[in-house]
Design a protein around this ligand. Structure first.
Ligand code: F6P
Length: 536
């Protein structure tokens, strides 16, 4: 990606304020926004103007984005370091035609598994499938990373639609997680879903074995009360999960892109197969938009270009995802994996070193909670943090419409405050009105200055329905894809997680006290020694 032209344009505009751009262009909000379906993405509160947007858009053609996009959708092996296609879009291809990998249409298998999931989910929900003690009161999903974050996020997001059994998620290998979860449950009426693409992940397999022992000790029946979701079907069988309880998916579904398929099973059990279908249709609607819209009207593309502008051109190291929607409380964590595991790379696809910054740190919390925690830094800290606000026009609780109005007002107020800021003169006037004078007025006023001109975007949607959630998740998936193509990296591998896993395995016997820490660095050896000394 050639950024020189953009960097030069940015430096020419260093004194241009966002407010100034609004003054110059009465239609700025309309010009610098994109919409699809009922979603509106407003990026007018950024420093992007006509020329910089043109230069950003030119990057798409220079990178061959249209060809790369079609390569992904048509099943080419674009995950080159693992030799795999990238086809999570096939999982939501409900109305589309065939999708081929190695000359074979994958859709019959995808649709067959989806149908098996629907039948299973409805039987669990309706009580046709039971545990040793009767109908299932609770479902525990055991998985981590992509086998956890997506379903957790979607379960929270869709809580108004949740009419199935209670759902619990166990991910951490910390025994506290599974102990605290299982303590409240009946082992004879709990369904355990073991979700792992590889079925080797140490956290998940450890938790799965602990859950199986708990169930057997408590009179439950693992043969009736366990299901598995995996690409490694042979391994699920050796774990003892009956074939008809195993929901497989292909290796062309990346973990962090897997919520659309069998990994979404707990969500389907919670909200029912119709609501889950609506979620898939929302994702598919975004796919159709992403493939058809020209660059400037293309929401994922413009979201990505705003990301490139802030990170690679202006050099801002992080971005905050700020949903003003309490039910999206796990969305920032979900996006953290989606974006950072995908685009946190320092080597380009061809093996050369990346010559520009990789993806940013992604973090966030729902508003308005964040306002009372970290927004101080966003408004007055020395680093600029581009903010991505999200908000619904309407909530799910008509009787609490006044809450929603306050929520929306707060969301809009934050983006306005970031842009507008407060000048030293304004701060002085306030201090003078409060009765201060002289040096003290000056000193106090300086603490009350807001630099302003801080960029943000806002995604606004009518209401958080399953369809809208599907649109939002697919929007961000495609954003990550576009950013990855422009960076020239492979967004679909994750070699960076391997080293820690290997070292943890080698440290196991040392931490158990069975092997000496000799050969380890001094810090690691000292920490092991401490742990061994303080263990009962
Ligand atoms: O360690 C990272 C990772 O491989 C993620 O990419 C993945 O989502 C997670 O672990 C869980 O993997 P699995 O589904 O194979 O258990």
């Amino acid at each position: 990606m050639q950024l020189d032209g953009l960097t030069a344009l940015a430096s020419e505009r260093k004194d241009q304020t966002i407010l100034g751009l609004f003054d110059k262009d009465a239609n700025r909000a309309g010009t610098y926004s994109a919409s699809t379906g009922d979603l509106l993405f407003d990026y007018s509160k950024t420093q992007i103007d006509h020329d910089t947007r043109d230069a950003l858009i030119a990057l798409c053609d220079a990178a061959g984005l249209a060809e790369r996009r079609e390569a992904m959708f048509s099943g080419a092996k674009i995950n080159e370091t693992e030799g795999r296609a990238v086809l999570h879009t096939a999982l939501r291809n409900l109305d589309g035609g065939p999708v081929e990998v190695d000359g074979l249409d994958v859709m019959p298998d995808v649709l067959d598994t989806l149908q098996r999931m629907r039948v299973f989910a409805e039987e669990v929900r309706g009580g046709a499938i039971t545990g040793a003690g009767g109908s299932f009161s609770d479902v525990v999903n055991i998985g981590i990373g992509g086998s956890d974050l997506g379903p957790v996020m979607a379960t929270h997001a869709l809580s108004p639609y949740h009419d199935g059994p209670r759902l619990h998620y166990v991910s951490n290998v910390d025994g506290a997680h599974i102990a605290d979860t299982l303590r409240q449950l009946d082992p004879t009426r709990t369904l355990v879903i073991v979700a792992s693409k590889t079925f080797t992940t140490i956290e998940t397999m450890t938790n799965a074995r602990t859950a199986r022992a708990w169930m057997m000790d408590g009179g439950g029946d693992p043969a009736r009360q366990f299901a598995a979701v995996s690409s490694a079907v042979d391994k699920t069988e050796s774990f003892g999960i009956p074939k008809d309880r195993v929901f497989g998916f292909a290796d062309w579904v990346g973990g962090r892109y897997s919520v659309w398929g069998p990994v979404g099973l707990p969500v389907m059990i919670a909200v029912g197969s119709n609501a889950f279908d609506a979620f898939l249709r929302g994702g598919q609607a975004m796919d159709v938009h992403f493939r058809a819209a020209n660059w400037v009207e293309n929401m994922p593309v413009m979201l990505a270009l705003v990301g490139i502008w802030h990170r690679q051109v202006l050099g801002h190291t992080s971005r905050a995802v700020l949903p003003y929607d309490q039910r999206l409380l796990r969305l920032p964590a979900y996006f953290q994996q989606l974006e950072m595991e995908s685009n946190g790379k320092s080597v380009a696809m061809d093996g050369s070193s990346l010559t520009m910054p990789s993806g940013p740190v992604v973090w966030g919390e729902p508003g308005t909670n964040g306002q009372h925690a970290f927004y101080q830094l966003i408004h007055q800290g020395t680093d600029v943090v581009p903010c991505e606000f999200m908000v619904a026009a309407e909530g799910h609780e008509p009787e609490l419409a006044h809450h929603q109005r306050l929520l929306l007002a707060n969301c809009l107020a934050q983006s306005e405050a970031l842009m507008r800021g407060r000048s030293l003169d304004e701060a002085r006037q306030r201090m003078a009105s409060a009765g201060l004078q002289g040096d003290e007025l000056e000193r106090q006023a300086r603490h009350r200055v807001f630099a302003g001109n801080r960029p943000s975007t806002t995604l606004i949607y009518p209401k958080l329905t399953p369809f809208v959630l599907g649109q939002i998740i697919a929007l961000y998936e495609h954003r990550v894809f576009v950013e990855g193509v422009l960076l020239g990296i492979n967004s679909f591998d994750q070699w960076g997680v391997e080293l820690g896993k290997e070292l943890a395995t080698s440290l196991g016997p040392i931490v158990d006290g069975e092997e000496s820490a000799e050969g380890k660095d001094g810090s690691t050896a000292a920490l092991v020694a401490y742990a061994l000394r303080h263990r009962d």
